[in-house]
Design a protein around this ligand. Structure first.
Ligand code: TYM
Length: 332
């Protein structure tokens, strides 16, 4: 039986963090054996914020190295840079004809960007979900492992796929969000304000490249309060986030111990954070060290991207040929 096709991407806009790891990469690693996986660095998507051209290459190599250091095996999955696949912008152009200004303007991530960068509300930002759809449909993927923040984009991808199929004939499957644990993981910033993110809030974000001391400092500064005042009290979001991180990195015993302390109103957040800091440092350390090692050998990383691009283009060109035919682009 042929394996189901999976696509996902990560923007090369900065250092990868725990949100990227637990929201996406952990699922990638778990999928690599049993699915036909295409994972890419979304360097075109990063251009919406006009990054310094000198930073593109190191950023792409870092994302690639951190993915491999997290456990992705380039022999098992296809790893490539989005910009190496010219069929993606071609499909993006085709899909743009089926995407409407009104619906794109309503997308919450677009509205956020308009607020964050009012001087640079470019068309690439507006059509960001269309490019994402092209990334997915170019391989006719059925499953897309992403964090909670990308779910709305996936819904749009299904709409665009459906619209194409209605107009030109059944061609694209409707891609679904996929994750192994049914709960969507959303890692919040350590100050409790919004999600952990690559570009904002460095002091409240734990990066896969952070050293042990930096991790300790950040976790010890994470927002807490004077503790629950009634047994089994509901947790505020920032405390929930610390427990989530503990659940993801500490042992069951440790997690259960602090959970019981919380429920019994005798939790000492200082002790909890000390424990979490040590467990987190131990968790990140091997990834950081392996990624640093890999980044020293750009030639090997380049070879991985090149081999990945060849495999990805084989699949992409078949899709584009089919789409052109259905649209009627066939002149000689
Ligand atoms: P990006 O680069 O912002 O994030 C990469 C992946 O990490 C997940 N993620 C999180 N999960 C949980 N908690 C967080 N705090 C957190 N922050 C990030 C994201 O959900 C994502 O899965 N538009 C995409 C990149 C992209 C893409 C695609 C993804 C481009 N084309 C096609 C899937 C399919 C993005 O900006 O992800």
């Amino acid at each position: 039986m042929s394996k189901e096709i999976v696509v996902s991407g990560i923007r090369s806009t900065g250092h990868l963090h725990l949100g990227n790891y637990f929201g996406a990469i952990q699922n990638y690693v778990m999928m690599q054996e049993n699915y036909n996986c295409y994972f890419f660095v979304a360097d075109y998507h990063s251009l919406t914020t006009h990054p310094d051209p000198k930073l593109l290459r190191p950023n792409v190599f870092r994302v690639l190295a951190e993915n491999i250091a997290s456990g992705l095996n380039p022999d098992k999955v296809t790893l490539y840079a989005q910009s190496d696949i010219p069929e993606i912008p071609e499909l993006y152009l085709m899909l743009n004809m089926l995407a409407y200004k009104g619906e794109l303007e309503k997308v919450p991530t677009f509205k956020d960007k308009v607020r964050q960068q009012p001087d640079n509300v470019n068309a690439g930002l507006l059509t960001y979900p269309v490019l994402m759809t092209a990334d997915i449909l170019i391989h006719k993927a059925v499953k897309v492992p992403v964090g909670k923040d990308q779910e709305q984009h996936l819904e749009m991808a299904r709409n665009f796929a459906q619209r194409f199929n209605t107009r030109y004939g059944d061609f694209f499957p409707e891609p679904q969000v996929f994750r192994f644990n049914t709960d969507a993981v959303k890692i919040m910033s350590l100050d409790g304000n919004g999600k952990m993110s690559k570009s904002e809030n460095a002091n409240n974000t734990i990066y896969l490249s952070d050293d042990d001391d930096t991790i300790r400092k950040k976790i010890m500064k994470a927002k807490t309060d004077s503790g629950p005042t009634a047994p089994n009290a509901e947790m505020p979001g920032y405390i929930q986030n610390l427990f989530l991180l503990m659940q993801l990195t500490s042992t069951h015993e440790v997690y259960d111990h602090y959970r019981a302390a919380y429920n019994g109103c005798n939790i000492r957040y200082g002790d909890m954070k000390k424990q979490l800091a040590e467990d987190m440092a131990a968790f990140v350390r091997p990834i950081r060290e392996h990624a640093a090692e890999l980044q020293k050998d750009e030639e090997s990383l380049g070879k991985i991207l090149k081999a990945g691009a060849e495999k990805a283009r084989a699949s992409a060109s078949a899709t584009i040929a089919g789409a052109r035919k259905l649209i009627g682009i066939s002149y000689y």
